[in-house]
Structures are given as C-alpha cells and as structure tokens.
Design a protein around this ligand. Sequence first.
Ligand SMILES: Nc1ncnc2c1ncn2[C@@H]1O[C@H](COP(=O)(O)OP(=O)(O)OP(=O)(O)O)[C@@H](O)[C@H]1O
Ligand SMILES: C[C@H](N)[C@@H](CCCCCC(=O)O)NC(=O)O
Ligand SMILES: [Mg+2]
Length: 266
Amino acid sequence: MSSNSGSTSNAPLPHQNGLFITGTDTGVGKTIVTAALAAVLRAERPGLSKEVGVWKPVQSGERMGAGRTDAERLVQAAGLTDAPEELCAYTFEAPLAPAVAARLAGVRLTIEAVIASAIPLFQRYGTMLVEGAGGAAVPLTEKELVADLIVKLGMPALIVARSGLGTVNHTLLTIDKLRSMGVTIAGVVLNDGAATATSSCDDPSVNGNAALIEQYSGIPVWGTLPRGLPEHSPAQLAERTRKALDLSALKAALPMAPAAGGADWS
Ligand SMILES: Nc1ncnc2c1ncn2[C@@H]1O[C@H](COP(=O)(O)OP(=O)(O)OP(=O)(O)O)[C@@H](O)[C@H]1O
Ligand SMILES: C[C@H](N)[C@@H](CCCCCC(=O)O)NC(=O)O
Ligand SMILES: [Mg+2]
C-alpha cells in the first residue's frame, strides 16, 4: 500500500499513502492522536481537505449513536464530513477485543472482509490514517491480530504510548513485535493525557522516557502530547498538536502530492 513500508501489500485496496496508528495498550490515546494528525494534515492543505481520510477497521466497547464510538469521535475531532458508519463498518458493543466482541455478537469477522469494507474510503482519499483497536497484539479475528492487518495493509506504523513509568517496556515490546513481523515503524507519540496516566508531577520518569525509547530502539519519538486536548475543535487540536510534536517524520512518512497551485507541505 504505502511506498514507505518494507512490507508487501496483498490487500485489494488502491495504492496510496497511509499510516497505521497502533498503541502499547487500549486507552493510550490512539483516537485523539489519529484525529489530531488528521486535523493537522487537513489544515495544512485546506484546498484539498478531502485528501486525508480516517478508517477505524473494527471498533468495540460502545454502541453507535451517542457520540462515544471511536468513529464518531474521529469525525468530530478531525472535522470530517463522512458518516461514522463510513469510517467503521464493524461496531460491537461489548468492551472486549474485536475478535471476542464479534463472536459474542454472532459475527464471523475475516480480515478480507474487514479490508474490503474500506474500499470506498480508500477510493475517496489519497492518504489514509488507520486507527487500530487496543494494542498491536490484540485479537482482531479468530485467526489474526491487529498486527496482521498492519502487515496486510503494508503501511508504516505509529505507536502511541503513555508518557509515564512503564512506557519504556511496553513501547520496546511493541516495537519488537512489529519489527518481527516486518512492519516499518515511523515513530512513537507519547501521551500525557492517556486514560490511566500517572500525574506527571509525581513521576520523574516522564523526563527521560522519550530518550530511553530512542536509545534502545532507534525509533524517533515525535514528542509528548499534553493532557486536556479538545475533541470538539479540529483547529485547536491541530494547533496544540503542531506545538507539541515534531511532525517532520509524519511528513516524511506521508509525502503529499503537490496541490493544484503547486503548494506542498508548508
Ligand atoms: N491528551 C489528551 N487530552 C485529553 N484527553 C485525552 C488525551 N489522551 C487521551 N484522552 C482521553 O482518554 C481516553 C482514552 O483515550 P483514547 O480513547 O484516545 O484511547 P485509545 O487508545 O484510542 O483506546 P482504544 O483502544 O479504545 O481505541 C479518552 O476519553 C480520551 O478522550
Ligand atoms: C474495548 C476497547 N475500547 C478496544 C479493544 C481493546 C482490546 C484489548 C484487549 C487486550 O489487550 O487484552 N476497542 C476499540 O478500540 O474499538
Ligand atoms: Mg480509540
């Protein structure tokens, strides 16, 4: 899919740029990071706001309609015009791994069907940001993990991780798992606002975790997102993300085609 990954895609999707946002765990902030990156990319190219799309292959834990599913949050926080059902064709209410939530709902998920559900989105957009469910080794179907979907899509991965104590181990293990499967890793984003984050005032590790992850993995840490990010304003979310993260690696991972006026990344 992406020319930036070493993997060979065998997915029946149009060839294009893409980034798969995975994490060290559920609740680490993948949705807010995915929305934030989409908001940044779309703000950089306002004339081509349709160029960057978002896909959540399978979501679990909420019912569509009350604004709490990831697809609904992504639409609002990134300022998308798609219907949430277009962003995610598979929604299961049980707060469980997708494979288990689907089984409970009597649905037999296959990775081929999941990928096929994204064909309209991939035809509509030139660049896709894809948010996984939970961490990379979460069961997606009866046979495959989320990491198998990343491999099939052939996209580079971004790892979202907590900023506090414990994140070095979780992040290095996630990097090892993805590398062992041949996935190219574009970077790591640390998040100080993750649901189970410790207070950064009481946690001296937050000052050194990014450097440790870079030292032991060689993967760039783009920065640390602060807590309190807004999910209701794509413009504010984009501005605060630009201030917090070094987005040069994002731009390298997702080279944008020049706009009609000749403008490329600013
Ligand atoms: N930096 C932040 N600022 C404000 N709220 C945040 C931030 N990071 C995470 N949150 C909140 O923490 C909760 C968990 O984050 P989020 O839903 O993005 O995690 P996730 O990794 O996407 O989880 P899942 O595996 O369910 O997809 C959400 O309520 C989210 O709004
Ligand atoms: C229910 C959660 N919110 C999430 C699935 C997390 C599964 C975690 C399984 C595990 O690691 O043990 N669903 C989702 O991202 O749509
Ligand atoms: Mg999420």
